[in-house]
Ligand binder design. Structure first.
Ligand code: GLY
Length: 355
């Protein structure tokens, strides 16, 4: 099934069309405290949105919890939602993941639309039907696959993002470039996403075009394997190490945006790809230099290895005791289910720590 993902020229018009195309009895809109203030005013005047029941949860990933989920379920229930109600998720990946999961489980599933407001959620989280919450200290531990009715990508939101959020989303775009082609990756490595904040129209348009290209890579892969039995594991490139970094940071109360952890994870897993699958070292070092320049470095010590490896063990790609990575033999040469042993994993951690 193909998900309807569109880059919108006018968010208000396309939202009106998307909502009107669905038959529903009551409309709900989920925001977090930030998007309620900053993004809801952009769509609150759309006639179809008037009268929608607002549900708001706390902003940032620490709110991607069972408690927030219960709040959404309770608000749907108290607001009189039925199986024929519709939920519009307006926010970043936390809102679209949690809202998608709430919609997928409420009365065994109601329809939902995603309006991603960050670069990260536009190019990744809101597309492809992964929904869920964090649980037991692990990211996205509980969830289901269920596509939204549509995803509306609005360039207007990109202009409001700070450098950190632009770079966070851009890391997923780098991943898509690595999974796609040399030309795609080369364009990404020659671009500084933070420059769009200067208001230059041509740079803004270039980013929008690159977002479309990035989403097309993701959609192509998801369509081939919606439930991640095979090739969709490619989209996890950089995430085995990246999620471990993110979980370690969360445990130590260090704030790390998802995309930054992914960027560092890409470097680690490109190292592993070079060692195990012959990924060209020149391209590896180009990506490594880009990540160092824009994302800096995540510092850890040898005493953190046990914890990092413990997080890696919980990765959803693992089977029994076998630790699987997605690796690359070259740009676009995807190698899923690459079993890596403890020595190889420690060498990867050593490489990154010492580099
Ligand atoms: N974020 C990876 C995926 O959607 O499969």
């Amino acid at each position: 099934m193909k998900q309807h993902v569109i880059m919108v020229d006018s968010l208000t018009e396309r939202l009106a069309e998307a909502v009107s195309a669905i038959s529903f009895d009551r409309l709900f809109c989920l925001t977090d405290t930030n998007t309620l203030q900053l993004c809801w005013p952009l769509i609150s005047d759309v006639p179809v949105m008037k009268g929608s029941v607002m549900i708001t949860i706390g902003a940032t990933d620490n709110n991607k919890t069972i408690e927030s989920l219960m709040h959404v379920w309770e608000s749907l229930q108290k607001g009189g939602a039925t199986r024929h109600s519709l939920l519009v998720n307006l926010g970043g990946g936390m809102v679209t993941d949690l809202g998608g999961f709430a919609a997928s489980t409420f009365k065994r599933g109601i329809k939902y639309i995603n309006i991603p407001t960050t670069l990260l959620s536009q190019v990744d989280a809101s597309v492809g039907g992964k929904t869920g919450i964090n649980f037991g200290g692990l990211k996205n531990e509980i969830g289901v696959f269920n596509l939204s009715e549509s995803v509306l990508l609005a360039p207007d939101f990109l202009r409001t993002l700070d450098d950190y959020n632009l770079l966070s989303g851009y890391a997923e775009m780098l991943k898509h470039g690595l999974l796609d082609s040399k030309e795609h990756l080369t364009e990404l490595l020659a671009f500084d996403p933070t420059t769009v904040r200067g208001g230059d129209v041509a740079l803004g348009q270039q980013l929008v075009r690159m977002v479309e290209c990035s989403v097309a890579v993701k959609q192509r892969i998801v369509e081939g394997d919606p439930m991640e039995f095979g090739v969709r594991k490619a989209l996890n490139f950089g995430h085995t190490a990246g999620h471990a970094i993110e979980s370690l940071a969360m445990e130590d109360n260090r704030t790390v945006l998802h995309g930054y952890a992914v960027a560092w994870g890409l470097v680690m897993e490109l190292y592993m790809s070079a060692v195990k699958c012959g990924f060209p070292s020149q391209v590896f070092h180009q990506v490594e230099a880009y990540v160092r320049e824009y994302y800096g470095k995540f510092h850890y010590e040898c005493r953190h290895y046990d914890r990092l490896i413990e997080f890696i063990r919980h990765d959803k790609k693992n089977v029994g005791k076998v630790i699987n990575f997605t690796l690359l033999g070259g740009i676009g040469d995807i190698r899923i289910n690459q079993a890596c042993n403890m020595v190889e994993i420690e060498q990867m951690l050593d490489y990154y720590r010492e580099s």
